[in-house]
Write a protein that binds this ligand. Structure first.
Ligand SMILES: [Zn+2]
Length: 378
């Protein structure tokens, strides 16, 4: 194909994407609305709408009033044109999020399904997904992809994990899931999926004005995180970035399971709290009652957490969102945490850059990555 042919195709595609993205962002629009907003001739708009309608990505929504007195056809994105699914696999259970084309939640579910690297387990995960697809009225062919989030480091080729210690297993293969999920699957690290959801929830098209940066700090029985620069995941050279749990917080401090001493993990993992209260809920109940021991543990814990967050802020100068198990319990103590981080930083007065996670969840983030990949290809 000659150069001219190639550029005609790309202009055609760009126009179609412009029409599609306009409808994604603004919702319902007529040919005239699109023509004015996108500075495109009416026949070009119609041609693109026809193509998008043929692909079932856009639907005619009805008629709407127009300035000339005549009613005009209104077009909109078909938010059930396709779907994406996300599975968040932990040691004890599996969570599922099914999203529509607009990123809208179609179904969320959770099942107690202890991890085991055996065919029966993968078969159960496959059945859990297919049962819920059926419940949501989604046929598997409509799924553009399935993202599978794991508490694990994902190998560079995406085909396996290189370390999934929290699951009690080093190598978990993508292939094992794929056998029971007849759609394109991908593996994701859970903190990356959580950070992705935090950044992109409610932004299905994967591009938005005023992109910012965000560090997601996942504080659970393990401690990790992810770094999103202008909405894109920064993995590092070897996908080992954002291992905040293994930054040295206390030189020569407590022994860490990684073999080092004084890692942040040893001071801010949530087991420190649940060991005191029986459960994490139990701990925060005690704290609310102003239990002396709980208060002392919390005071020390918060000091370490503030130190870790301030280190992250010094390195990245962006919002730090605290999620994981801790996120759910943190709101009443957020101001205290902000104050304690702010006093450590020469540029900060209020610590407002510290936020609590909206708890959108890794399953949603995993599904969103699939949806964004699909939309990029339109
Ligand atoms: Zn460590």
């Amino acid at each position: 194909m000659d150069k001219q042919g190639v550029s005609n195709i790309s202009v055609k595609r760009l126009n179609m994407r412009a029409v599609f993205f306009y409808l994604m962002e603004r919702g319902s629009a007529s040919v005239r609305d699109l023509s004015v907003a996108l500075d495109m001739s009416a026949p070009t708009v119609i041609q693109n709408l026809n193509e998008l309608t043929e692909r079932k990505l856009v639907v005619i929504e009805g008629m709407r009033e127009s300035t000339g007195g005549r009613k005009a056809r209104a077009y909109n994105v078909n938010d059930r044109a396709c779907f994406a699914a996300g599975l968040d696999v932990t040691r004890a259970d599996v969570s599922l999020a099914i999203l529509g084309l607009r990123g809208q939640a179609v179904l969320n579910a959770k099942s107690r399904l202890p991890f085991s690297d055996r065919p029966e387990y993968y078969e159960k995960v496959g059945r859990f997904l297919s049962d819920h697809l059926e419940k949501a009225g989604v046929v598997p062919e409509e799924l553009v992809g399935v993202g599978i989030s794991l508490p694990a480091i994902i190998a560079g080729d995406g085909q396996s994990t290189t370390n999934a210690d929290p699951l009690g297993k080093r190598i978990v293969q993508l292939h094992s899931f794929k056998q029971y999920i007849p759609r394109p699957c991908r593996l994701l690290n859970d903190a990356n999926a959580g950070g992705y959801a935090e950044f992109w929830a409610g932004n299905p098209i994967g591009s938005r004005q005023g992109l910012k940066n965000l560090v997601y700090l996942s504080v659970s029985n393990t401690v990790g995180g992810s770094i999103l620069i202008e909405g894109r995941m920064f993995g590092g050279d070897d996908q080992h970035s954002a291992e905040f749990g293994h930054m040295t917080l206390v030189p020569n401090g407590k022994f860490c399971y990684c073999g080092q001493k004084g890692c942040a993990y040893c001071y801010v993992n949530t087991r420190i709290l649940s060991d005191v209260g029986g459960t994490l809920e139990g701990f925060f109940r005690q704290l609310k009652k102003d239990d002396e021991n709980a208060r002392a543990v919390w005071d020390k814990y918060l000091g370490h957490l503030a130190l870790l967050i301030n280190n992250i802020r010094c390195a990245y100068d962006c919002e730090v969102v605290v999620g994981g198990y801790l996120g759910r319990f943190l709101p009443p103590y957020l101001e205290e945490l902000r104050t304690r981080t702010a006093v450590r930083n020469i540029f900060e007065r209020s610590g407002q850059y510290v936020r609590v996670s909206a708890q959108t969840g890794a399953a949603m983030g995993a599904a969103l990555t699939c949806l964004h990949s699909f939309i990029e290809e339109i």
